[in-house]
Design a protein around this ligand. Sequence first.
Ligand code: BGC
Length: 749
Amino acid sequence: MFRRFSFIIAAALLAVACGRPVSPQDRLLAHESQIDAIIAQMTLEEKVEMLHSKTNMSSAGVARLGIADMHYADGPFGIREEGVPDGFQSAGWQLDSATYFPTGSALAATWSEDLAYLYGKGMGIESRLRGKDVILGPAINIQRLPVGGRTYEYLSEDPALSAALAMRYTRGLQDQGTAVCIKHYAVNNQETNRGSVDAQVDERTLREIYLKPFERAVVEGGAMCVMPAYNKVNGYYCSENEHLLNEILRDEWGFKGYTLSDWGGTHSTMGAMLHGLNVQMTGSNYLGQPVIDSVRTGALTEELVNEKVRQILRVRLAVEAVPDDVANTRMTSQPECQEIARKVAERSIVLLKNEGGLLPLRKDIRRIAVIGQNAVLPTQSGGVGAGVKALYEITPLEGIRRRAGAGIGVDYAPGYRNYPGRRRPSAPDPLVASAIDEPADPALLAEAVALAREADLVIFFGGTNKNIETEGSDRADIQLPAGQNEVVAALYAANPNLVSVLISGGPCDLRSLEPNSPAIVQGWWNGSEGGTALAEVLFGDIAPSGKLPFTFPAKLEDSPAFALGNFPDKTAGGDLFTLRYREDMLKMTPAERQAFLESLPKPVSKYTEGALVGYRWYDTKGVKPMYAFGHGLSYVRFGYGEMNASVSGEVVKVSFELTNEGGMEADEVVQLYVSRPDATVVWPAKELKAFARVRLGAGEKKTVSLEIPVRDLRYWNVQTGAWDLEHGRLELLLGAASDDIRRRAEVSI
Ligand code: BGC
């Protein structure tokens, strides 16, 4: 064991001596001799105390040796409210209201590495105020299914976009002195049976699609903690998956920090100890006394325990503990971070459609009818772990009212009933739906139509909520809930000046809404300043510049996993997170519990679509989506000049002139895709390889340069078990969206 570490130190020293930059992971090796001394003084019991939870959101240090406990908090969109020591119930604190940052898909819609860094910075600042050492985020799995319960937490369906943002979020947060815990490693793309499903994915797809965001966050971002997911990958639980945790994460990527299981996601002592887990969250039934017993009987070595403790101590010593009398003495939410939340929200909003020039709103509008409960319902909480107790949240209606000022009347009607999911009200409530697919409520509909008739313009707020899109379950479909389609049709008949704004984290089926909405905006769950940002865009103070980080399919059945019958799998399995807290399970003896868990069915999710996830599928199969990956309009037009392309050394370089042809400042997100006309290996029709967000004043021109490192063009060769480059022609496709390619060029590599 020690030989392995001396080798790592020697390698790091050699890298420095040769002038090579020390990798962000190697920074965790700064305290090795101090760690040797600490470990030498620890008893076996003290070491094992560090391998499991102490409270629901902490794991132990060694008080006797001045090593502080590790304090955790969710993540990823705000520092979660303080819970009681043994659970998630609120501790009832006063100073733990945080900034609510836009959710994952909204951040990804900015396509901005700079904003991802700032976002991480904001999370880092507030985590320090709360005395947290590790934030359970960012959540960076690929959005494989439009119905995915955590699509809103995750970033994108594309690995390059997800990876760039995950890496920068990680750096932004860790630069503030707190560690990230990137999650959920890996292939956690569905909530259905998430605690037991076996994601069966081929090695090439695993490497090129599902692991990319994790790889960049670890290798380039220097992520210090990794959370193995609940599910299995190719037969083994992620928390005891030798291939994922030891072979790839540690041996290939050089990860030097520690892994902590998802809550309730540890499954055995030997599996976890031997195959890469450091800390069981939560409980100690696997990585507590059984580890001590196993060392005593010789089934496990104390060296292995030492190695795990060392990996935890590296992070402990890299992250300065916030003293108890300093933490939680100021309100968590800080103006600087609220400003970051606003900047992200402003750049995330996607203008999907703008016919008849309804947007930006005309200056002579005097009366606006805002219809739909999604204009007034806060979105900070719900969705289980990722909820935030926000210091404040500007809803869309508040944002519009503030911006409209005294000169414009803004009326509001709920329009439809809100679907509560499992959170049923105790008494009947006229504003709460009893079924997700119930028809429109006639009284609410009539009230909304009356307001629409009187108004110069109608803004309809539809979409989902965090009872529908939530951790723990996937959506049954992507239909708009509770009669929203009927409501929008009636509103449009009453007043065709209608803008629809979708407030959701994932895509919805827009086939019915589309013909009744000349303008459509994707407004997301956009954080504390979401309403402010939305009003700025609607009123034209800023031009919209978000681009879709995932495809809006025309219909669910078009999407790859559905088209191939890979999802849904009808096996009823079990969400171990939920099961863990089941009353009857808590009363079981360990043996009974084990037998019960083993009696559960063994659901499987086959990934036979391979790399054809998201737009890779639609493009390759020629299936037209409702709105394509990367789509998003502006209030101005952008001109794309001739593209110059060359290969210089190990980099493909592209430059072109981008012109803002409109009358206001605006950002464009330029996207560079690659297709391979000569390929002998199978490839998707095209893949995103570079992008940039560019700000241009009215009429301004800029030369934009993009680069693709040649190593990013490699594929995973399953024969050799290594990355390989296929030489030949590359077609470079430059555009404003995956379906809006403006310039083409060819190079050879
Ligand atoms: C979620 C994690 C979260 C953890 C702690 C789990 O249910 O999957 O994302 O960090 O709970 O709240």
